[in-house]
Design a protein around this ligand. Structure first.
Ligand SMILES: [Zn+2]
Length: 168
């Protein structure tokens, strides 16, 4: 414990530690509640949490990330099915709308995961994500009969544009 650490010296240190471990609030929010700068909370989190609290925090992070990924993957699977129906019925306008929604879900996944990671900058290569590859495969297959739409989408879904830079 560092003498200069405001969190360690704080009468409500246990509550601060609990808030850090719960990982439900941002560091500025926690800091503001206890009258401490977010940078001090971050330093305390990185250097002064007990090993057991640190392990618990990692577990909470992993659980939240898994739950989030599950939810968004479910949405992506539903979107794929809707897209297949719309494209199969020749409703290209509706199919395009569903594609936009799928793209939004993928971006949400990247942003949310970046936030949960709590690192200053996170790059997620979505092309390594099996659900994304499956979705794109469905999209390109279904678009075989709509070459103009297929070309427009391919141009907008360049691999480098699928890498989302998520700031905290
Ligand atoms: Zn501390």
């Amino acid at each position: 414990m560092a003498r200069s650490c405001l969190c360690c010296a704080h009468p409500e240190r246990d509550s601060i530690d609990a808030a850090i471990v719960a990982h439900a609030e941002s560091l500025p929010v926690i800091g503001e509640r206890y009258g401490i700068s977010s940078e001090s909370v971050r330093r305390h989190r990185d250097n002064h949490l007990s090993p057991s609290l640190r392990a618990l925090r990692v577990q909470v992070q992993d659980d939240k990330r898994a739950a989030l990924v599950d939810r968004i993957e479910t949405l992506i699977v539903r979107g794929e099915a809707m897209f297949s129906d719309a494209a199969g019925a020749g409703q290209s306008a509706q199919a395009l709308n569903i594609l936009r929604e799928l793209r939004a879900q993928i971006e949400l996944l990247g942003k949310a995961t970046g936030e949960l990671d709590d690192r200053p900058n996170v790059t997620i290569n979505l092309l390594t994500h099996p659900e994304v590859l499956a979705a794109l495969n469905v999209v390109y297959t279904e678009l075989a009969d709509l070459p103009d739409v297929r070309q427009r989408i391919a141009a907008r879904l360049q691999p480098d544009r699928l890498q989302i830079e998520a700031a905290p």
